[in-house]
Design a binder for this molecule. Sequence first.
Ligand code: FAD
Length: 466
Amino acid sequence: MVDYALIKKDLEGIAVEDHPALVKQKSRDFYWYSPILKSQLDNVTADLVVSPVTEEEVIRTLKVAYAHGAPITPRGGGTGNYGQAMPLSGGIILNMANMNKVKQILPGRVIAETGVIISELDKQTKAHSGQELRFHPSTAQTATIGGFIAGGSGGVGSITWGGLRDLGNILRLRVITMEAEPRILDLTGWDLQKVSHAYGTNGIITEVEMPLAPAYDWVDVIVGYDDFMDAVGFADALAHSNGLLVKEIAPIAAPAPFDYFTRHKPYLKEGQSVVVIMAAPHSMGPFEALVSRYKGDIRFRSDKVESMKGIPHAYELAWNHTTLRALKIDPSITYLQVQYPAPDHVAKVRKTVETFHGEVIGHLEFMRFDGTIQCSGLPMVRYTTAERLEEIIRIHEDLGCPIFNPHRYTLEEGGMKQTDTVQLAFKKETDPKGLLNPGKMIAWDNPDFDFKAGKNYLFQGLAAFM
Ligand code: FAD
């Protein structure tokens, strides 16, 4: 039995919270997007929340937790969708949100503490020298940069820059190990893959160095089409227009825009599908020429409305914000994460649209993937049963569209459905007691797990919360 009262004493001088309601609040993320994860994780809670403000406090906390054998689950803004930041073995939530200083802004890069909110980071780099992050999740207003690196993949700007997995999109990470004497490691180059998108299972990120791009006052645009596939065709043409600078291209099928985008409703037409776009101001002229060629109906331009008061950013209609807006109106909606590999991504989208009709509502995100334009999708699904959801997943995969399953809390099942040997080897080196975010890396907990057997993994530690 871990003695949390004693741990609290050992951490004197560091902010520690043990009020059950507050601890439970910080033990949640957006897992409830998934009806499957909601039923599995609803009762999960930690024992303490520790909120360090310096790297020294992080090291002290890890040292104390290691000595007591207490699990540690790091947390940024808690906006992850798959229970990534939820403590499946209880223990300590390491709240990194108070380590939020931007340390240095240089031409083309920024060095910051892990807990800075992404939009705040962009605000500071823009004010300093007209620069911004190359891309950000649609949760930029609430997510931390460290949480994005440890839990996210790409987002607004990925149409130009690809994702976090691409070499050069993270420059350096400072990481603390979970050992009797925690070590400080500076990771660069290929070594970054050890900890990026590892859900904090093999090190605590305290500092990041990220590349920057020129900042613009991006214009939000919504273009309407009566047919979803016409919207997709226009989006594909826009994504392939080399001379147009855009930051976001998201086709979203009817009835979602009119029914779910309540603040934009006065500008939208019932029954229309849309493409949500962010374009650089100097690209707007040629952009209009392209829209005209593709017979699009420009319904909204942020540079033409009288006031943007009360109207969310275009990127808050896209990525997983589309699902969030749908869920607010229709709680029976859930979603999938689909890839439509190039070069026949548009044909693959067409096949899925024809297969599912209204049961799956199309939502695509165009992005650069391994140097090529293709689309990923976060289609909304009218949820009926877990069995039907599995069937929808299987049909997508049979159509050549791999699924990254957002209804699983493990790294492997939500990703490539195989062991990441690099991340596993690094965990053996940095977390010998397996105390960091237990239950998220199957390869650590159950090395014999057969990914091909088609069974879902159930972490044994969860039994304590059943
Ligand atoms: P958290 O949710 O707090 O943590 C995420 C993971 O990182 C957890 O496993 C946590 O343990 C770990 N972690 C946090 N901080 C550290 C640290 N310092 N060191 C080590 N591990 C750490 N994701 C995208 O990639 N693109 C999107 O566009 C996008 N849009 C979204 C829209 C909505 C409405 C929602 C709810 C989610 C979306 N997501 C998206 C998922 C999520 O927002 C991103 O992954 C986000 O960047 C997570 O940041 P966070 O600070 O909230 O991290």
